[in-house]
Write a protein that binds this ligand. Structure first.
Ligand code: GAR
Length: 193
């Protein structure tokens, strides 16, 4: 598990692909006294990701990588992470799959948030699949990342009830609100393990 050394906070990179609302909640959390992490770098595969605007506002460095040549890019990412002394990675709406090689380099130090009650509904289009299967509940999960998609050890989950007239969008919104609370709680849990 991740251990804190002295009082030093752990330099963390957040990987995003889109809106970055989870990034925003993680930045807010990182500025609290109880946070074991600081956010020192934002990485994206999408130079147009809305969440990148949080970089300037919060004075956090950002880097965009074109994932077309994944192996090359991952090696470049690893040197950027090293340069910034990053010790932990939080995937937050990052829509690319990292290779086994990359993951091993940060073994046990990469977390992800997924909008379902894993192990159910791994992958994409989660909310639509949940509704089509007439589930009564859905939710979100924070887990460690291993080389299998959405399959690493679960850290925390939050369940939400699906209402009668639930739509894909209303469910996504409801779950996202819970994600913003769950991710910081999961980070605290990781450091208390
Ligand atoms: C979140 O719901 C997150 O769980 C999901 O993308 C959304 C990103 O929102 N992630 C995945 O589906 C990963 N497989 P955000 O950019 O506003 O944080």
């Amino acid at each position: 598990m991740v251990k804190l050394t002295g009082y030093k906070k752990i330099k963390t990179a957040v990987f995003i692909s889109g809106n970055g609302s989870n990034l925003k909640s993680l930045i807010k959390f990182s500025k609290t006294r109880k946070s074991p992490i600081t956010i020192n770098l934002i990485i994206t595969n999408n130079p147009k990701a809305k969440g990148l605007k949080l970089s300037k506002i919060n004075k956090i460095k950002k880097k965009s990588f074109n994932f077309k040549k994944k192996n090359e890019i991952e090696n470049q990412m690893l040197s950027v992470l090293k340069k910034h002394e990053i010790k932990m990675i939080c995937l937050a709406g990052f829509m690319k799959i990292l290779s086994r090689n990359f993951i091993t380099k940060f073994s046990g130090k990469i977390l992800n948030i997924h909008p379902s009650l894993l192990p159910k509904y791994k992958g994409l289009n989660t909310h639509q699949r949940v509704l089509s299967n007439k589930e009564k509940y859905s939710g979100c999960t924070v887990h460690f990342v291993n080389s299998k998609l959405d399959s690493g050890k679960i850290i925390l989950q939050k369940k939400v009830k699906i209402t009668k007239n639930e739509t894909k969008n209303s469910l996504a919104k409801k779950i996202l609100k819970q994600e913003h609370k769950l991710y910081p709680r999961a980070i605290l849990k990781v450091f208390s393990l």
